[in-house]
Design a protein around this ligand. Structure first.
Ligand code: EPU
Length: 419
């Protein structure tokens, strides 16, 4: 297995282009199942999770073609099976996103139930209960969610917890249901809005996406369209932290500053000068050490759980003591234990990590445990003395496009070596 080798100590300086959003692309590709004609999606990031979603669609008999610019054409009219196998779902939980579209369009879906996860239990009970309330007959058999329906019926659904993929699955299902569906306590994440915009481009009638109340009027069919995925706000935030932690200057282009406001606020609190325009953001630390910050994760527009690990890395070398409180997932602190091996001073108390900044981290062999944990280890390695080796980097390839190239472009000494 490949490893990443990073020599720390270089202040990053330069600019990079942000890729399309992973967590918008995955539901959008699943939503292509709803259309009766070919759909074209562009600005798709070249990532392992995207490949897995394309493979999943391909296994069902859907025709998918990808050109060299990662424009993806999906034609669901060739579908043969309404089936998401365990082998794929276990590698990517977001496979559950095909459940709503399959059921709404074809009246049948057998989707493997995702199992445990490195960051928390992550059940899908809200997805299932919502579809049942829309008239689906669902039971669990041999580890699979077996769902059947004639035509789903619109319903008023009050989601018990704010769930991103749950909101997306139910919104997709509702587009072809009979009548009106109202999703109360819906997720407000930009990826939900991007999916809603995509569905509308295919003829769906949706209002309220981006608020906690989404209203969908079911239509008979959805048609083809061309759509460009929004930029990745978590990749954006990760590179901004890379600038901050190395006391450098980084400009990220092709992004949306309004989607990372909570992150920018914390970077400013850490002492960064942040400037932005419509589609770029620049962070400049002017060589200064960051100040420790307190973070509490919560659904959008509050501080994202997917940026928590990166700020933990920032706090490890900041001046002062910072706390990180994780409220979304119950086991998302594995990176803390690895960073301790690099000399970080971190105390864990329940869902809070108390991090006392140290003057220097030292390189150590460390292991990535999930996608955002891997990103935080790379950030820590960028400032550690010596050469850090990060193992199990397949996690990073799930969600960061060309991360070595982008960091090299900013001046980092990073390379991938065969393990
Ligand atoms: N939850 C339930 N029941 C459900 C669904 C969710 O109890 O039926 C709980 C979860 O256990 C969790 C909370 O609700 O405690 C929120 O989870 P959510 O459903 O919002 O997470 P998700 O949709 O599975 C997406 C992203 C994650 C991101 C979270 C939170 C995608 C494909 N994944 O997951 O992204 O962390 O929202 O923002 O959109 C990542 O990219 O690294 C990643 C993990």
């Amino acid at each position: 297995m490949d490893k990443l080798q990073i020599h720390g100590g270089i202040a990053l300086d330069g600019e990079i282009r942000i890729s399309g959003s992973k967590n918008a692309t995955l539901p959008i590709l699943a939503a292509c199942l709803l259309a009766d004609r070919p759909v074209i999606v562009s600005n798709v990031p070249h990532l392992q999770d995207v490949t897995t979603m394309i493979e999943l669609l391909g296994r069902m008999g859907v025709s998918v073609t990808v050109d060299e610019k990662m424009r993806v054409e999906v034609d669901a009219s060739t579908i043969k099976e309404y089936f998401a196998p365990y082998q794929l779902v276990k590698t990517m939980r977001a496979s559950i996103l095909v459940l709503g579209p399959l059921l709404a369009r074809f009246g049948s879906a057998d989707v493997s139930l995702p199992g445990g996860c490195a960051i928390g239990a992550r059940p899908v009970n809200i997805h299932v209960a919502g579809l049942q309330a829309m008239g689906a007959d669902i039971h669990i058999e041999n580890g699979y969610i077996k769902a059947r329906a004639r035509r789903l019926r619109g319903a008023r659904l009050v989601l018990e917890t704010v769930t991103v993929t749950g909101t997306e699955n139910l919104m997709m299902a509702a587009t072809l249901a009979d009548g009106e569906t109202v999703l109360e306590n819906a997720a407000r994440e930009p990826e939900v809005v991007d999916l809603a915009n995509f569905l509308r481009a295919m003829g769906a009638q949706i209002s309220g996406a981006g608020t906690d109340r989404i209203v969908i009027q079911g239509v008979e069919r959805l048609h083809s369209c061309e759509y460009e995925v929004l930029p990745d706000r978590i990749e954006t935030g990760t590179y901004l932290v890379a600038g901050a932690i190395t006391a450098g200057r980084v400009r990220v282009k092709n992004t949306r500053p309004q989607h990372v406001e909570a992150v920018i606020d914390k970077l400013q609190e850490a002492g960064a000068t942040v400037t932005s325009a419509e589609n770029w953001i620049e962070i400049d630390m002017r060589g200064r050490r960051p100040q420790a910050v307190d973070i509490r994760t919560a659904p959008y527009p509050a501080f994202p759980t997917d940026m928590q690990a990166q700020f933990a890395a920032l706090n490890t070398i900041a001046a002062g003591v910072g706390t990180i409180t994780e409220t979304i997932f119950e086991n998302r602190f594995m990176h803390m234990l690895e960073m301790r091996r690099m000399g970080a001073e971190i105390r864990l108390e329940g869902n809070t990590a108390i991090i006392k900044g140290v003057d220097r981290l030292t390189a150590a062999p460390v292991m990535a445990t999930d996608l955002r944990a891997s990103a935080s280890l790379i950030l820590a390695a960028l400032v550690a003395d010596g050469r850090t080796e990060i193992e199990r980097i397949y996690h990073i390839d799930r969600g960061y496009e060309a991360i070595e190239e982008k960091l090299q472009q900013l001046g980092a000494k990073i390379r991938r070596v065969p393990g």
